[in-house]
Design a protein. Structure first.
Length: 197
């Protein structure tokens, strides 16, 4: 056995003896107090927040994980930054260099909401919650056939049959309203028959 499994243990008694000989007991207590004060000062300095390159690195780390709107990124960085003005300047710079883009975030939000079967009202709410302007995706929203979206959602949930029962109709209307579709779109979707074009 050339190398032992465990490293050689320290002789704490010998170390204690060595250090107690060098410093008197009074000095030990004052040194301990000074060390505690230094630790508190260092801890407060760390809590003051990120600045400069550390703040920039943190911003890049956040943006590599997911896209943020400008307002959301500012709020996220302000939690850890020392200076709000520095954060705003940094986010403006990141937006100019296209590392952060409200346009990209808005387009991703629209695509995600459509995949989840959400209508225009729910999409507008999602954009508002991310502090995004709906004009960023106004053209994309105009190109979507909301009637077809609502109909496909209705078929997926209730089938192709056009119901004459008022309770079932009311249930379908509530379902599509909750999903964010307008009333005229909903009425057209629940009345549409499979062979209608």
């Amino acid at each position: 056995m050339s190398s032992p499994k465990f490293p050689k243990m320290l002789n704490y008694e010998a170390l204690k003896q060595q250090f107690s000989d060098e410093v008197s007991n009074e000095n030990n207590t004052t040194n301990a107090d000074e060390h505690a004060l230094n630790f508190e000062q260092e801890h407060q300095a760390k809590n003051q927040g990120l600045t400069g390159t550390r703040l920039r690195s943190y911003a890049f780390a956040k943006l590599t994980r997911r896209e943020y709107s400008k307002a959301d990124l500012i709020e996220k960085l302000c939690l850890y930054a020392a200076n709000r003005e520095e954060v705003i300047a940094l986010v403006d710079e990141l937006a100019e260099e296209n590392y952060q883009s409200d346009q990209r975030v808005a387009e991703m939000t629209v695509r995600s909401q459509i995949r989840q079967g959400k209508g225009p009202n729910r999409i507008k709410m999602a954009l508002r919650s991310k502090h995004l302007d709906k004009t960023l995706v106004a053209e994309d929203l105009k190109e979507i056939d909301w009637y077809e979206q609502a109909y496909q959602l209705k078929v997926k949930k209730y089938g192709t049959e056009v119901s004459t029962d008022p309770k079932i109709k009311a249930k379908q209307i509530r379902f599509l309203q909750y999903r964010g579709f307008e009333m005229d779109v909903i009425m057209k979707a629940i009345r549409k028959k499979p062979n209608d074009f």
